[in-house]
Design a protein around this ligand. Structure first.
Ligand code: NDP
Ligand SMILES: O=C1O[C@H](COP(=O)(O)O)[C@@H](O)[C@H](O)[C@H]1O
Length: 569
C-alpha cells in the first residue's frame, strides 16, 4: 500500500498536478511489465473506473489524509518505486551525443534503480525501434570494462521507448503519462524530465509536463539545460515561468562543468589537504586564471551561438561556477544548501565588471597547410555583420577579505589553437628568497603555479623550484604531477553521468540554485548591455591561433602573464 507520506521530502510541500492526475482505481488489471522486471504486477488501466480528483489551482497538499487514503487503493508494494526518465527533445543533438550515452553508462555501472524506464519525447515521428536504432549509434562501453557490452546495450535499449508529441500540447503529454503509468505499474512513480530543447519552449514543455504528466505519488523533477536566459531580465522571467509549475526543489539547472571530475575535486583538494587551504587567499595567491579554449568554431551551432556569444555561452556559467567553487569559504557541511550558500556569497561579493577590463574577439578565416578554415561570419546561420564575440578575456575581482585585490582572469574562446579547460593558480614570490639570484631578474619564473587541468588529459600539477642534481647549485622549475591516466586505471565518467545520477538521487549540490543564477546574471548583464549598446567591435584573430593580443595587454595591466602561453605549461 502506498501512503502519501511516502513521497519524497522535496515534493512534500506542494505538488503541481492536473485535474486528471490524482486518480484512484480499484479495478486493476494484470499486465505484462515492460521495464524488464517481474511480469506480474497489477496496474490500473486507463479508461476504467477512474475517479478524478479536482484540486484547487492544480496544487495538491501532499499531507492531506484524504489524498493519502485515495492513493492507498493502489495495490503495490510500498517499498518498490520506479523512475521514469523522459528526454524531452530526444531527437536532438544533445540527447544523442550526451544524454542517452550517459544513461547507458549509468545502467552499465548498475547505478540506475532496479525499476526504470526511459522515454524519448519529441515532435519527430519515430517508433520505439527507430529511437533504439538512433540511440544505439552513440552508445559506447567503458574502455576498461568491455565485458557483456553488447548484451548490456540490448538490455538497456529494451528499456527505452518513444512518444511523439508537441511541446505545448497537454493532450500529447497525457498520452505520455498513460504510457509512463503502464510501465510504472502502480509502484511509487518518480519522474524525471530532461528538457533538451531550445529555451524558447522550456516553459511550454514544463507547463504540459507538470499539468499532464507529473507523478501522482512520487517526486517529479525537471532538468533544465542552459541557456537560462540571456540577461537578468530574461533569466528572471524564465525562473518565474518555471516556478508557476514547479517548486525550486524540483528544478535542476544543469551546468555540465560542475559534473566534471576535476571541478568536483576542487573542494576535496582544498578542504582535505592541509597544504592548500592555508595558502588559499590574497596573502599567498597572486592571481587565478580560468581558461577555456576550443580548437573548433561554432560549426553547426552558429544560429544558437550568435544570439548568445562566448560570454554567455561559457563565462557567465561554466567559468563563473568554477570561480565560485574555487573562491568560496569553507561550507558548514557538504550539503547542497551549505555549498550553494557559500558560492552565492562569492558571486554577490564580485566587483561590477568594467568594459575596460574586458577584451572581445571574433575568429576570421585562416588557411594552414593548404586547408582553409572558415571565419565565424562565413557560417550561413550567422549574419555577415555580426559582432558577436567568439573570444573574450576579462579581469574580475572579489571584494571580500580573502580575495581583496587578487585578479581572477578569465579567458574563453572558440577556434583557438587547442582544446582545453584549466584553472591556474599563480602564487606570490617567496619573500627574501635566498635563491633569488639563481632566477636572474625575472622572479616570476620562480613562483609556484598550481594547475588543475580539467580537460583533456586530466591532471593536477604543481610547479616547484628544485635543485638540479649535481655538485653545483643550479635550480630549475620541475613539476609534481598527478596525471590521472597514469594514477587511476578507471575511465573518468562523463559529466552528464554524474549529473543525471545526482538528479535521480535528488542530490542538488552540483545544480544551480535560482539566487546563484541571479547573482551570475547581475554580474554580467550590465557589461553585456554596454557591449551591445556601444556595438563594440571584436578584435579579429585567425582560426586556430592563440586569440587576440588584447588579452595579453589586459593581463599585463594586472601584472599577470597567461600561464597557458609559456614554453613549459
Ligand atoms: N548540443 C549541445 O552540445 C549543447 C546543448 N545545450 C542546450 O541543450 C538544449 C538542447 O540542445 P540540442 O540538442 O543541441 O538542440 P536541438 O536544436 O538539436 O533541439 C533539440 C530538439 O528540439 C526540437 N526543436 C528544435 N528546434 C525547435 C523549435 N524551434 N521548436 C520546437 N522544437 C524544436 C527538435 O526536435 P523535434 O523537431 O523532433 O521536436 C530537436 O531535435 C538546448 O537548450 C541547448 O542550448 C547545452 C549545452 C551543449
Ligand atoms: O556548454 C557548452 O559547452 C561546450 C563545451 O563543453 P565540453 O564539455 O565539450 O568542454 C561548448 O562547446 C558549447 O559551446 C557550450 O554551449
Amino acid at each position: 500500500m502506498v501512503k502519501i507520506s511516502s513521497i519524497s521530502k522535496q515534493s512534500a510541500q506542494k505538488i503541481s498536478v492536473s485535474k486528471q492526475q490524482i486518480r484512484t482505481n480499484s479495478n486493476s488489471n494484470a499486465v505484462l511489465m515492460q521495464d524488464g522486471a517481474v511480469a506480474t504486477k497489477i496496474i490500473p488501466v486507463e479508461g476504467e473506473d477512474t475517479s478524478v480528483k479536482t484540486l484547487k489551482d492544480g496544487i495538491l497538499s501532499a499531507t492531506s489524509s484524504q489524498e493519502s487514503n485515495d492513493l492507498s487503493k493502489f495495490d503495490v508494494n510500498k517499498d518498490e518505486s520506479t523512475v521514469s526518465i523522459t528526454v524531452v527533445g530526444a531527437s536532438g543533438d544533445l540527447a544523442k551525443k550526451k544524454i542517452f550515452p550517459a544513461l547507458f553508462a549509468l545502467y552499465y555501472e548498475d547505478c540506475l534503480p532496479k525499476h526504470f524506464t526511459i522515454y524519448g519525447y519529441a515532435r519527430s515521428k519515430m517508433t520505439d525501434d527507430e529511437l533504439r536504432t538512433m540511440v544505439s549509434k552513440t552508445l559506447t562501453c567503458r574502455i576498461d570494462k568491455r565485458e557483456n557490452c553488447g548484451e548490456k546495450m540490448e538490455e538497456f535499449l529494451k528499456r527505452c521507448f518513444y512518444q511523439s508529441g508537441q511541446y505545448d500540447s497537454t493532450e500529447n503529454f497525457v498520452e505520455l503519462d498513460k504510457k509512463l503509468r503502464q510501465h510504472e505499474a502502480g509502484r511509487i512513480a518518480n519522474r524525471l524530465f530532461y528538457l533538451s530543447i531550445p529555451p524558447n519552449i522550456f516553459i511550454d514543455a514544463v507547463r504540459c509536463a507538470s499539468l499532464s504528466a507529473s507523478s501522482a505519488n512520487g517526486w517529479t523533477r525537471v532538468i533544465v539545460e542552459k541557456p537560462f536566459g540571456r540577461d537578468s531580465e530574461s533569466s528572471a522571467a524564465l525562473t518565474s515561468g518555471l516556478k508557476q509549475y514547479l517548486n525550486e526543489d524540483q528544478i535542476f539547472r544543469i551546468d555540465h562543468y560542475l559534473g566534471k571530475e576535476l571541478v568536483e575535486n576542487l573542494s576535496v583538494l582544498r578542504f582535505s589537504n592541509l597544504i592548500f587551504e592555508p595558502l588559499w587567499s590574497r596573502q599567498y595567491i597572486r592571481n587565478v586564471q580560468l581558461i577555456f579554449s576550443e580548437d573548433f568554431g561554432t560549426e553547426g551551432r552558429g544560429g544558437y551561438f550568435d544570439h548568445y556569444g562566448i560570454i554567455r555561452d561559457i563565462m557567465q556559467n561554466h567559468l563563473l561556477q568554477i570561480l565560485a567553487l574555487f573562491a568560496m569559504e569553507t561550507p558548514v557541511r557538504l550539503d547542497a544548501e551549505d555549498i550553494r550558500n557559500e558560492k552565492v556569497k562569492v558571486l554577490r561579493s564580485m566587483r561590477p565588471l568594467q568594459l575596460d577590463d574586458v577584451v572581445i574577439g571574433q575568429y576570421k578565416s585562416h588557411t594552414r597547410g593548404g586547408v582553409t578554415y572558415p571565419g565565424y561570419t562565413e557560417d550561413k546561420t550567422v549574419p555577415k555583420d555580426s559582432l558577436t564575440p567568439t573570444f573574450a578575456a576579462a579581469a574580475l575581482f572579489i571584494d571580500n577579505a580573502r580575495w581583496d585585490g587578487v585578479p581572477f582572469l578569465m579567458k574563453a574562446g572558440k577556434a583557438l589553437h587547442n582544446r582545453s579547460a584549466e584553472i591556474r593558480v599563480q602564487f606570490r614570490h617567496v619573500p627574501g628568497n635566498l635563491y633569488a639570484k639563481n632566477f636572474g631578474s625575472n622572479l616570476d619564473q620562480s613562483t609556484n603555479e598550481l594547475v588543475i587541468r580539467v580537460q583533456p588529459d586530466e591532471a593536477i600539477y604543481l610547479k616547484i623550484n628544485n635543485k638540479v642534481p649535481g655538485l653545483g647549485m643550479r635550480l630549475d622549475r620541475s613539476t609534481l604531477n598527478l596525471h590521472y591516466a597514469a594514477r587511476y586505471a578507471k575511465e573518468i565518467p562523463d559529466a552528464y553521468e554524474r549529473l543525471l545520477l545526482d538528479a535521480v538521487e535528488g542530490e542538488r549540490r552540483l545544480f544551480i540554485r535560482s539566487d546563484e543564477l541571479d547573482a551570475a546574471w547581475a554580474l554580467f548583464t550590465p557589461l553585456l548591455k554596454e557591449l551591445e549598446q556601444k556595438k563594440v567591435n571584436p578584435e579579429y584573430y585567425p582560426y586556430g591561433s592563440r586569440g587576440p593580443v588584447g588579452a595579453h595587454y589586459l593581463a599585463a595591466r594586472y601584472n599577470v602573464r597567461w600561464g597557458d602561453l609559456g614554453l613549459e605549461q
